[in-house]
Write a protein that binds this ligand. Structure first.
Ligand code: FES
Length: 107
């Protein structure tokens, strides 16, 4: 059974193979926004894959289009609701609250 470690909290959840990272977060009561209900129609479930990227389902064009809207996009960014687990992964949930604070600098 794959394990997901969520950073920065350090919470680890063991879940069934075939579960998405978002569903693993919800199982473990890890706070992770998911405004469109897992329909690949927002970017609020954005996470950064620290390890295990190669074990996840490949990124689709639709996911990439949505990811382009994500705050704090990195080369290791994915949408948690689109990543199906087969092996252990470590993910960071970006701190969007501090990123929104940065918008004050654009005045
Ligand atoms: S919950 Fe909207 S894309 Fe994942």
């Amino acid at each position: 059974m794959p394990k997901v470690r969520f950073e920065p909290s350090g919470v680890i959840v063991e879940t069934a193979e075939g579960t998405t990272i978002l569903d693993a977060a919800l199982e473990a009561d890890v706070e992770l926004d998911h405004n469109c209900g897992e329909n690949c129609a927002c970017s609020t479930c954005h996470v950064i894959i620290e390890s295990g990227m190669e074990t996840l389902t490949p990124i689709t064009e639709d996911e990439q289009d949505m990811l382009d809207e994500a705050i704090g996009l990195t080369e290791r960014s994915r949408l948690a609701c689109q990543c199906v687990l087969t092996e252990d992964v470590t993910v960071t949930i970006p701190d969007t609250s501090s990123q929104f604070a940065d918008f004050d600098d654009f005045d």
